[in-house]
Write a protein that binds this ligand. Structure first.
Ligand code: FEO
Ligand code: CA
Ligand code: CA
Length: 688
């Protein structure tokens, strides 16, 4: 979801402005030109190191362990300098997928697909009930990962898909009834359309089409599923509720945006804009106010629903009783976490890993693990002027570790210095520097649970760098270099730009990257540069420190969001432009581009149907089947406009450039978020 959908400043309504002569940024370039050679040199060293004892051997060892993350298995070719072997797709607006010549697309598991229980059929008029939605694939597919089956990894696996939020008009027959109290079954359906789907998928060897397997693994986790609280916040006063007086359980995971996976074969789902689901009318404690909990009503007014009231009343965090164990004042503190799910055990209870911090979590991206070393994860906090985080486990990696390794470790926040260096600042109650910073700022924390529930405040205290809405991260499987999208920032201005966020305002976003000191992911210092400044042909630049070119018709983009580096070293960039940025800008609809991180070559690979964002990307280990999500097609639909997209049920799933565009019919089928599978007609590796 774009922040613009939450009624913040819509960049698409801002005048296009040219910041290419920004004197501040020019002076930064001059200061840093000498550092360019050092960065280039260190890349060579990092690659050499990977082929030594530190990296590739461990990945090969992991490849024998069964359920493999694609980046660790399938004999990746590890081409550091991948050439992009397709013709760029031009900016396009068409109510379908547009892919390069030689590529094809199928849909897989659109919203409403029967998945579990009695397998209730999808009803095209939107009349499925809440109980049926609980057994169907959720709405608004987002972050996603593919867990290959060991005995047939490239044609059989488990797809874990996040469902970020819902468009009420498209979800319900005749749209939503938002008068208070909300109708119970509409609220039940909305909660059930959130969460995660675990979907067993298999490629038919004759048709070549991917299909859902109706076996033991399919599962829905929703906004109402019991989830265990683990780590330092477990049992603390912050999470004691009427539902869980001892503070060990909570219900549901909300606004599941980006994702991650672990080397031990589990899925990580991340809770992004959870704060908006709650209301607190009796005064906001800092663990509510710093995250934007409303004082008037929740975004869908779930708190107003009747019927089985306890599961809806919990969205009202007002103080209503003498004790926290008699009301839901602490319910919002059960959100904002990274949640670990074992997709191979459908009966397992998901776990909120609180040691990893509480923010508006975009992904949780693991660095390639090294035997005998800590395991490292990177997270962005997607709100204007929030921060970049890293979690380093206390225990060391071995092939015997499991998710409990995530319950102890150090959470760091990033400071990007003007000279291209950077530091990871610990948010640790036992760290003397943290204690001193808190003392100077006059902020007190009782214990580490307090620090973690108030992660943003702790990061404020240590002086982290305010960033332009950190979205997804990606770690290069070979060099361990980290890339992260800064999607845009309406509140940045000429007076508060810095080297890492060099444009104010920043309507187009940029991608920053860093390399940890000594190529050790757990290091506390790093070197950074900007990979690309997104934007128009007159306001953009690739590898600005190296004097790279502006973007062209082949690759102009704005609002980068999803990010992934595949087995061959291709950096995939997905966009989440606002409605007006898509409708009236030069960029066409939201899209996915492929980039060579070494040369800076970028080509537009995919453009999606009307009004959607492209989000979630992963492939089979052989790189021949690329799974991508189209989220919220037709999100401008209303009773007045009818449906602004009919994808995919109008049947025009994809096209090639030059073929007729597809126009939506307001009276046509309702739009459905869906996974797509992209493959080459000649069966080759996607992107090369
Ligand atoms: Fe859900 Fe920050 O995108
Ligand atoms: Ca976004
Ligand atoms: Ca996103």
């Amino acid at each position: 979801m774009n922040d613009n959908d939450r009624n913040l400043t819509d960049f698409g309504d801002e005048p296009m402005s040219n910041h290419s002569d920004n004197p501040h940024f020019s002076s930064i370039l001059e200061r840093r030109l000498s550092r360019r050679d050092m960065l280039t040199g260190s890349l060579t060293v990092a690659v050499a190191g990977m082929f030594g004892a530190s990296g590739l051997g461990n990945l090969a060892e992991a490849a024998t362990s069964g359920f493999l993350p694609p980046t660790a298995g399938g004999n990746p070719s590890f081409a550091l300098n991948p050439s992009l072997g397709f013709t760029a797709v031009p900016p396009t607006r068409s109510d379908t997928a547009t892919v390069p010549a030689g590529y094809k697309v199928q849909t897989l598991a659109p919203w409403g697909t029967p998945l579990t229980g009695s397998y209730p059929a999808y009803k095209a008029d939107g009349s499925n009930t809440g109980a049926e939605q609980e057994q169907q694939v959720g709405m608004h597919h987002d972050g996603m990962y593919y867990f290959p089956m060991a005995n047939n990894p490239n044609a059989h696996g488990l797809l874990c898909v996040n469902h970020e939020y819902v468009d009420q008009y498209n979800l319900h027959q005749g749209g939503a009834n938002n008068s208070v109290p909300r109708p119970e079954d509409q609220v039940r359906k909305e909660i059930a359309a959130h969460g995660i789907s675990v979907i067993e998928v298999k490629k038919d060897e004759f048709s070549g089409e991917w299909e859902i397997v109706y076996g033991q693994y399919n599962r829905r986790i929703t906004g109402n599923t019991p989830i265990e609280i683990r780590g330092p916040v477990r049992g603390s006063d912050f999470v004691k509720t009427k539902y869980s007086p001892n503070g060990t359980m909570t219900r549901g995971t909300l606004n599941n945006c980006a994702n991650g996976y672990t080397p031990w074969g589990t899925y990580l789902t991340c809770e992004e804009n959870w704060a908006g689901y709650f209301v607190n009318k009796t005064g906001l404690p800092r663990e509510h106010s710093r995250y934007g909990v409303s004082t008037s009503n929740g975004r869908y007014r779930w708190e107003s629903a009747q019927g089985d009231a306890d599961q809806y009343i919990r969205f009202d965090a007002s103080v209503k009783a003498d004790s926290a164990v008699d009301d839901y004042r602490n319910e919002p503190n059960g959100q904002g976490w990274v949640v670990e799910i074992d997709p191979f055990n459908p009966n397992s209870t998901p776990k909120k890993r609180t040691a990893m911090g509480r923010i508006a979590h975009e992904g949780c991206i693991v660095a390639p693990p090294q035997l005998g070393q800590p395991v490292v994860f990177y997270c962005g906090d997607d709100s204007q002027n929030e921060y970049v985080y890293k979690f380093v486990t206390k225990a060391r990696y071995s092939k015997h570790v499991n998710g409990d390794i995530l319950d102890q470790g150090t959470l760091y926040v990033a400071r990007f210095n003007e000279d291209g260096s950077g530091e990871w600042l610990p948010l640790d109650i036992n760290d003397l520097a943290f204690q001193a910073a808190a003392f100077v700022k006059g902020v007190s924390f009782a214990d580490q649970a307090d620090v973690l529930v108030n992660t943003r405040l702790a990061a404020d205290v240590v002086g982290a760098t305010k960033m332009d809405r950190p979205e997804w991260g990606a770690v290069h499987p070979q060099t361990r270099e980290v890339y992260m999208t800064m999607t845009n920032n309406a509140s940045r201005n000429a007076g508060n730009i810095d080297a890492a966020n060099p444009r104010g305002p920043n309507p187009y976003g940029h991608i920053i990257r860093w390399r940890e000191q000594g190529n050790r992911s757990w290091a506390t210092k790093f070197e950074w540069d900007i990979f690309v400044l997104g934007g128009t042909e007159s306001d953009s630049q690739v590898l600005p420190e190296q004097g790279g070119p502006a973007l062209t018709q082949d690759n102009i983009f704005a609002s980068p969001d999803g990010l992934w580096i595949d087995q061959n070293g291709i950096l995939w960039i997905q966009t989440d432009m606002s409605g007006s940025q898509q409708l009236s800008g030069p960029f066409g609809a939201n899209q996915m581009l492929a980039a060579n991180p070494v040369s800076g070559e970028i080509k537009r690979f995919l453009v999606g149907p009307n009004d959607q964002e492209v989000t979630g990307v992963v492939s089979t280990p052989d790189g021949k089947n690329l799974f991508v999500n189209f989220q919220h097609p037709g999100d401008r639909s209303s009773a007045g406009t009818g449906f602004t997209s009919n994808w995919p049920d109008h049947g025009a799933v994809y096209r090639h450039p030059g073929e007729a565009t597809v126009v939506a019919d307001p009276a046509g089928p309702r739009p459905r978020s869906s996974t797509i599978v992209i493959s080459r007609e000649d069966g080759g590796v996607v992107g090369l």
